[in-house]
Every structure is written in structure tokens, then in C-alpha cells.
Design a protein around this ligand. Sequence first.
Ligand code: BES
Ligand code: ZN
Ligand code: ZN
Length: 505
Amino acid sequence: MKIELVVGDILRHKADMVVVNLFEGVKRPGGATGAVDAALGGAISAAIRDGDFHGKWGETLLLRPGKGVASPRVLVLGLGKKEKFSLELVRQSALPVVRLARKLRLRTVASVLHGAGTFGLDPKEAARFAALGAALSHYGYDRYKSEKENRVERFQWVEINRSLAAPIRKGLEFGARLGDAINWARDLVSSPPGDLRPDGLARAAKALPKGLGSAATKKMRVRVFGKKEIEAWGMGGILAVGKGSEAPPRLIVAEYRGGRPGDPWTALVGKGVTFDTGGISLKKWEGMEKMKYDMAGGAGMLGAVRAAAALGIRKNIVAVVPAVENMPSGTAFRPGDVIRMMSGKTVEVFSTDAEGRLILGDAIAYAKKRYRPAAMIDAATLTGACVVALGSVTMGMMGNDGKLLSRMKEASAASGERAWELPLHEEYFEQIKSEIGDLKNIGGPEAGTITAGCFLKEFAGDTPWVHLDIAGVAWREKERMGYAPGPTGAPVRLLVEFLSQAGRG
Ligand code: BES
Ligand code: ZN
Ligand code: ZN
């Protein structure tokens, strides 16, 4: 989908549909909506007066103007209560519009920039969120559909004030690029698990710079390590989890040098379990098909690197993604086994289904040793307990550094991608102490998200580190928060905001 700015009058602009808006409770529309209303002889105010349309959040009113407006359709989009409106809602407001446009098989949609008029949002920021919303709303995985869904070819924003053209254009560009990177990650998550095994994820990572242009590509280096290196580096966690599958594990390392040489690295570590059967501690069959999304953390971290490169973020960033398939077989690791991790710590396995922390422990140790990052963030669909605690609205966040956690909270507020801190109090560590080794890989039924975080903390050591449990938010069953059902590409939005901030790492 092409995203572009049109400077001009929405009454005269010709598209398959033009979109204006209304806040809830407004009786006499102003701005562009007022102009359209006047051109239509008061059709919008009449609909409000007669109670056909209230401007409620996500409500739509489709009109066929005939004369007065150059386009054949006018959509009035309800933006809800003024007090609740925000940049994040600018993003979310795109979904009903794109959905309708696809249903009507429209090619070109033109919209006003919601919130940038009298509501007073910064036009560049509003444009960022609007374009991101359009790009994200347009996502669909139709690879295996015999009949492809209709695609909107152009999404245009019409602005009458020429002096706003430059900032809006910049904002749209940013949102479109970010949206592309997120959709790239979503495609990986959507892929059936038989199509995307560890080597498949590695191949996708190799193609990460594709389409970004030579300037960005020059700053990137993607390397993939195989079983030989993983063995040589003593990554017992990755080896153990990968052992049950005939598809050998991979360690994916994607560097982007957007900063100056010598600037510190920011490390992004992502869980890349391309399919999680649970291994010998086999999961029940219901819902197992969804465990293809157990590599969403890895896809998200690679997507964040792609976004950073596409946006020219001035930081040195490295994504480290351990990729494995967790399978039960005669060669699989077992409950009771003791693993020696790269850091030297030993782990007693209680459940082969708590595999994410085993591969992440090694990847965190690798990132720490090889890159000495100023900040390290990991993302993982790590625990079902996080889904219970926070649902699919908010990701769980834990860490060992107050400053880094504060910066992540700021980035969460600014990006609209929600993260909520859970405590890693000392007392919880008791739950993961092993009788015969240093650690055990589960902490019992209580506080499952936190004990998983405690486990990872042992490997982060003194590196400022934040862990994101995205089990609840990486995939949504129902349409919610501006996403169609399916993968969301979390936590790319949050990370791009974080990486755009000034500061070390
Ligand atoms: N990939 C799962 C976590 C998960 C569960 C993600 C549901 C999304 C939805 C992880 O590998 C896992 O199986 N965790 C176990 C840990 C337990 C054995 C301590 C869990 O959460 O049940
Ligand atoms: Zn598991
Ligand atoms: Zn898992």
C-alpha cells in the first residue's frame, strides 16, 4: 500500500472514498467535516440530529454525496470522547476504515489527519501514528488463500494547509517504514511451523536488509551460526532444547551499526522457538497449533533491527536470536537432565516445556560476552502465567536496572505499546534453586512469570537488562487495539521508541 500526502481540498480531491471524522457529542461539525457537511447540504448534521450517528469510537457513517464532493463516498469516522483521544487512538482509528475499504474493494482512500486540527495534536506525530495505523491495518497473511483479499493500493492524507506539508510528509514516511518492519515480523510469526524451522528463520534473518537501500544495508551484518559453533561455545541450553528435532538449532546474530564506531551496543535478544510442542513434557493438543508463534520474540527483535535501519536510528544495535524446534523424540532432552549453560551455570530440567529460558540464558550470555552492551532487552513468549496475569492487553516487564526500566516505561507511554513491571524480589529466587545443580528451570505454580524472569536475571548479571514477556500480546485471538486477529509484531513499536531516545544503549 502506498502512503502519501496530498496538499489540497478534500472536497475536490478524487479518491474512491474520503474520510472525515467526528468526536462524540459534537452536534455541529467544524473543520473538514464541517466543510463536507455544508457541501452535502447538512447531511452529516442531520444524521447526528436524528440519532443515526453519534461519533462514538469506531462508529462509521457512509454517505454517497452525489454533488458537492469529488469522491463518490464519504465516510464519517467516530473518534469517541475528546478527553480520551490520543496519538495511539489515531493509529487504532485506521482499522475500521481499511476494513471497510477492503470489503468495498476500494483502491484509493483519502483521509483527513485525525486530531491534527482543532484537537491540537502535533501534525508530524499524528502523521506517524496515522500512517502506522494504515500500514498495520492492511496486514493480512493470505499465502495459502486461494482467493486473495482485496488490497487498498493508496492511502492518502489530505491537508489543506501547505505549511504543514513537510512535517506531515516526514511523519507519514516514518509510520510507513515502521509499519513495514512490523508487518515483516508478523509474516514470520504467521508462517506455518513446518515452513519456518530454525534454518528458515535464519534464512529470513539473512534477508533482513532486503529492500532497505544500500546505505542501510552497508551498516548491517547478519550472521548465522550452526550446531558446530553452538557446541564449541558450550551453549548447553540451546543444544538441549534443539536435540529432539531433526532440524538443528541456529544462532542468529544481526548487527546494525547506526551509531559511531565505539558507541556502545544495545543488545536485543529474542526467543526463537519455531515450534513448541513442549518436548517430552508434551503439551496437550488443544491450541498447540498456535505454538508456531513461540518465535515471536525473535521475529520482533529482528523486526526492530529492520525498523532501526529503515529509519536510520543512530545507535549500534545487535539482535541475538537462538532458533530451535522443541520436539519430543528419542533424541530429546528429558526432565531430570542437568544442563551446563554457556555461562557455566548448571540447570536441572523439571519440564522440557520451560525451554525458552534455557535458550535465552545462553543467548543472553553470548550477547553479554561478545558485545558488552550498555543495555540489553529480551523479548519472549515465555509463560502462560503472563497471559493469565495481564491478558492480551499488556506485556510483562522485569529488569535489574531502575534507569533502564524507567526509560522503557517512557517508551511504552510514548509508543502506546503497553508494558507493566512485575517485581523480581529476592524471595522469588528460592523457587528456582536446585538440589543437585545451580538452578531448576521451573519455579512451581506460583508467580510463574516472575520466576522465569528470575531465571534470566541470573544470566544478565551486571548488564542493565529488561525482560519482556510477550506471551499475551504477540498474538491476539480477537480484533483488539487496532489489530486484526493474529500476530501483532510486538514489541517492535515499543523498541523503536526506546531506540529513538537519546541515552546510552
Ligand atoms: N511457549 C510457552 C509459553 C506460552 C504459553 C506462550 C501459552 C504463549 C501461550 C513456554 O515455553 C511454556 O511452555 N511455558 C510453560 C512454563 C512452565 C512449564 C513452567 C508454561 O507457561 O506453562
Ligand atoms: Zn514451552
Ligand atoms: Zn515456549
